[in-house]
Design a protein around this ligand. Structure first.
Ligand code: ADP
Ligand code: TRP
Length: 333
C-alpha cells in the first residue's frame, strides 16, 4: 500500500525563525519518515508581501537551504518551488468555482486586516489586495494538487486547512466521486504558539523574531535585546512570566529547565546571565545546522539542481490531479 501524504509550505518572506522551525519544519521532517513528504516554498503566497526582486530570490534560496540544513533529504522528500508547478494556478481557478465568497470573508487574515482598518476609521478594504482575499484558495490548490492527507502547520494555519477540506468536499459531492483527498491539519506536539522577543507571537510581521541561522555574534546581541522587566540582579525572578525562559524552555530538557528555574527563584541571577544561558542553548541546537545552511547558500547551483528535479517530479503528480479534474468536469474534453 502506498504511504499517506504529508505536505506543507513556507513563504519566502525574510529569514526563517525559530517559530517556523518549532511550529512547522521540525514536525514536518519527523513526519517524513512515515509519510510520503512533499514540502515546498510558497513564493506566490509571498508575493502578497514581498515586492522586492532580490528579497524574493534570496528568501527563496534561504527557505530551500533551511529545509535541507534542518535535515530534509531531497532524494527522499519532494522539495519544490510553488511557482514551478503551473497546475497550482489552474487548480486555484478551478476551486474558485466552488468557493463561497462568505468563506473568504471569514478567513482570519482578511478578517483581522478588515477589523484593523475599521478600528482605525479607514475604508474596510484599505490595503487588501486580491492575493490576501483569495489566499486560502491558493493554499487549497497547493494542498489538493498533491493528494495530501496531513498538513503539519502552526495553529494560525489550521483554519486554512479546514477551508481546504470544505472546498474539496464540495467538489467530491458535486461530481459524486472521491476526486480529491480531504486533508487534516497536524499541530506540533505542544501546539503552542512560539512567542517572540517582546512576548507577542513570534512573527516576521511583528519584527520580533529570532532567525534560525544568525552568525553567533549577531545572535548573542539579539538575544540580549529580549524584553525583560527592570528587576535587579539579586531579586527573585518568576520564570513563568519571563520572555527569556519561555524561549529557553522550548529547547531545554526537563533537567535543564529545572536547573534554570531554580536559579531564577534563588535570586542573584541577572537578566544578562539568563540571556547568556539562552544564547548558549540556541548555539548548541543550531550551530551545526547553521554551518550546513551557510554551505548550501554558497552553492546556489546545487540548490537550483534540487529545485529543478523537484519541479519535474512535482509536475508528474500535479498534472495527474488536474487531468482527473478536467475529465470529471468536462473541462477541455
Ligand atoms: P510569519 O508569521 O513569521 O510570517 P509564516 O506565516 O511564514 O510565519 O509561517 C510559516 C509556518 O510557521 C506556518 O506553519 C506557521 O503556522 C508556523 N509559525 C509561524 N510563526 C509561528 C509561531 N510563532 N509559533 C508556532 N508556529 C509558527
Ligand atoms: N499559508 C502558509 C503560511 O503562511 C504557507 C502555505 C502556503 C502553506 N501554502 C501552504 C502551508 C500549503 C501548508 C500547506 O505559513
Amino acid at each position: 500500500m502506498s504511504k499517506k501524504v504529508s505536505l506543507t509550505g513556507i513563504k519566502p518572506t525574510g529569514q526563517v525563525h525559530i517559530g517556523n522551525y518549532l511550529g512547522a519544519i521540525k514536525q514536518a521532517l519527523q513526519l517524513s519518515d512515515q509519510y510520503d513528504a512533499r514540502y515546498f516554498i510558497a513564493d506566490y503566497h509571498a508575493l502578497n508581501i514581498v515586492k522586492d526582486k532580490q528579497e524574493m530570490s534570496d528568501s527563496t534560496y534561504g527557505v530551500a537551504a533551511t529545509w535541507m540544513a534542518c535535515g530534509l533529504d531531497p532524494s527522499k522528500v519532494l522539495l519544490y518551488r510553488q511557482s514551478d508547478v503551473p497546475e497550482t494556478f489552474e487548480l486555484s481557478t478551478f476551486l474558485m468555482g466552488f468557493t463561497a465568497k462568505g468563506l473568504m470573508n471569514r478567513a482570519h487574515a482578511y478578517k483581522d486586516k478588515k477589523q484593523k482598518n475599521e478600528d482605525a476609521g479607514k475604508d474596510s478594504d484599505f490595503g487588501v489586495n486580491m492575493g490576501l482575499y483569495t489566499y486560502p484558495v491558493l493554499m487549497a490548490a497547493d494542498i489538493l494538487l498533491f493528494n495530501t492527507d496531513i498538513v503539519p502547520v502552526g495553529k494560525d494555519q489550521v483554519q486554512h486547512v479546514e477551508i481546504t477540506a470544505d472546498i474539496a468536499g464540495a467538489i467530491n459531492h458535486c461530481y459524486n466521486d472521491e476526486l480529491l483527498t480531504i486533508p487534516k491539519p497536524i499541530l506540533n506536539s505542544s501546539s503552542e504558539v512560539v512567542q517572540g522577543m517582546d512576548g507577542r507571537k513570534m512573527s516576521k510581521s511583528y519584527d520580533n523574531t529570532i532567525p534560525l541561522f544568525m552568525a553567533p555574534k549577531k545572535l548573542r546581541k539579539l538575544v540580549m535585546k529580549i524584553v525583560t522587566n527592570s528587576q535587579e540582579v539579586e531579586e527573585v525572578k518568576d520564570p513563568e512570566t519571563c520572555n527569556v525562559f519561555a524561549i529557553y524552555k522550548l529547547f531545554a530538557n526537563e533537567q535543564e529547565q529545572e536547573a534554570l528555574k531554580e536559579r531564577y527563584l534563588a535570586g542573584g541571577l541577572g537578566w544578562g546571565h539568563a540571556k547568556q544561558e539562552l544564547f548558549e542553548m540556541l548555539e548548541a541546537t543550531f550551530a551545526d545546522k547553521r554551518e550546513r545552511y551557510d554551505e548550501l547558500m554558497n552553492d546556489k547551483s546545487y540548490l537550483d539542481k534540487v529545485l529543478k528535479e523537484g519541479a519535474e517530479r512535482a509536475r508528474e503528480i500535479s498534472s495527474a490531479t488536474m487531468n482527473r479534474l478536467r475529465k470529471a468536469s468536462g473541462i477541455g474534453c
